[in-house]
Ligand binder design. Structure first.
Ligand code: DOR
Ligand code: ZN
Length: 435
């Protein structure tokens, strides 16, 4: 391994502050080749030492919807990928509710191809549960991160689901809502949706999946209720929460379309309970569920407007406010946004500043307070997070050792990878886990 680019500053990762120093990045292999006090004489260095600037691992978002293909009018892997890069997110894992759905091998390959050709950051894709159980084997041998289970699958694709759950070590991520959670058939407002889709239906979905047994690794994305966190943990599953279920409640974002998301925003006692679970260390990761939709869809009929928030350009820095306010430690922040999600995905070489780790690095100025001026890259321009107060600002973002975002501007695409492809090649096993 040979380091060609050095990035220097206050090094920190999930273990805490490592100290002032430099990471040496091998761009050919895309890994951290060395860690040292200072760069070798004459070496090319991005040197931020003595400026109070942090050098941290790139952030990992294990739950995004980058759309593309038939939904390219909502978002594309290019627009969503740049949104992620601008926020210091250097690995995203995409959901299969695409058009066409990524629940058969041909569609998965098409979606992976689109991600590979457009996305400027490292990326993965979950396969959907297929209608025909005989497709499970073929899907499991594509380089996916795992499978995503939706409420519909719990109701009507149980045979295929059972086949997936029988795959040892396969990562299975669950959207925890029972299939009979009420759809948009009654009056739609965050308050009424919350009562049609109560917390107990979330826990029910977790218990229902558990009742199917199997040898897969189960991750629950996302818990909007404290009981879902506790049920998941009790069953040995990992669990994440979103920034929106922490940041807003049905009382603070009452708009029937802008406040519409699945699972729904909750009332204050549940929001406080989620905070408590997060601050007491019972949550494995934060994940955005970045769910972009076109403006005309979000401004439409409350009975028909689609659920979801576009988040990729800002959510980590909304959460970083807690670090600046002394509520959350830097270590905990870096666990929840990089190492924790990397481990859920089974990627031990992500979310850490160590020799041999993936050379995804963010230079972060922790000092500025700023207001979110609206999306610059995401196609989903309409966001209730407009003018939210954010803390910290990424100064430079590197993917595989290549600068992709520097001083607020795109710096080129670099060589992003699908880490689940190399992991699958190396181990002969597909889905979740390089261990
Ligand atoms: O709010 C949501 N939006 N929840 C989901 O499960 C899907 C997502 C989307 O794809 O828009
Ligand atoms: Zn989602």
């Amino acid at each position: 391994m040979e380091a060609e680019t050095w990035v220097c500053g206050l090094l920190a990762d999930y273990r805490g502050l490592i100290g002032e120093g430099c990471v040496g990045l091998d761009r050919e292999r895309g890994v951290i080749a060395a860690i040292s006090k200072s760069p070798p004489p004459g070496a090319r260095a991005m040197d931020y030492r003595s400026r109070g600037v942090l050098v941290i691992p790139g952030l990992v978002d294990l739950h995004v919807h980058l759309r593309g293909l038939g939904y390219s009018y909502k978002e594309t892997p290019r627009s969503g990928g740049w949104a992620a890069a601008s926020a210091g997110i250097t690995l995203v894992v995409d959901m299969p509710n695409t058009q066409p759905p990524s629940d058969e091998p041909g569609a998965v390959e098409a979606k992976l191809g689109e991600l590979a050709s457009q996305c400027p950051v490292d990326h993965g894709l979950y396969a959907g549960v297929p209608e025909r159980p005989e497709l499970v084997g073929g899907l499991a041998s594509t380089p996916v991160a795992g499978f995503k289970v939706y409420p519909r699958d719990l109701a009507s694709r149980r045979e295929a689901l059972q086949a997936i759950l029988s795959l040892r070590g396969m990562l299975v991520v669950l959207h925890p809502e029972a299939p009979w959670a009420r759809r948009g058939d009654l009056q739609e407002s965050p308050a009424s949706r919350e009562s049609h889709r109560p917390c107990w239906l979330e826990a029910h979905a977790v218990l229902d999946l558990a009742s199917l047994g199997g040898r897969a690794r189960i991750h629950v994305t996302h818990a909007s209720c404290p009981g879902t966190v506790e049920a998941s943990r009790a069953l040995g599953f990992t669990v994440d929460v979103t920034p929106h279920h922490l940041h807003w409640s049905l009382h603070t974002l009452g708009d029937p379309c802008l406040g519409k998301v699945n699972p729904p925003l909750r009332g204050h006692p549940d929001v406080w309970g989620l905070w408590r679970a997060l601050l007491e260390g019972r949550v494995d990761a934060l994940a955005s569920d970045h769910a972009p939709h076109a403006e005309r869809e979000k401004l439409g009929d409350p009975l028909a407007c689609p659920p979801g928030f576009p988040w990729l350009e800002l959510w980590p820095w909304l959460v970083f406010r807690l670090v600046r306010l002394g509520i959350l430690g830097l270590r905990e922040f870096l666990w929840l946004t990089s190492r924790g999600p990397a481990l859920v995905l089974g990627l031990r070489h992500y979310g850490t500043l160590e020799q041999g780790a993936r050379a995804n690095v963010v230079v972060l100025d922790p000092k500025p307070w700023r207001r979110f001026p609206g999306p610059r890259h995401s196609l989903a321009r309409l966001t209730p997070a407009l003018m939210e107060r954010l803390a910290g600002a990424p100064l430079a973002v590197l993917v595989g050792g290549d600068p992709v975002y520097v001083d607020g501007e795109l710096a080129g695409r670099g060589r992003p990878v699908n880490p689940f492809a190399s992991r699958a090649r190396a181990s002969g096993v597909r889905g979740g886990g390089d261990t």
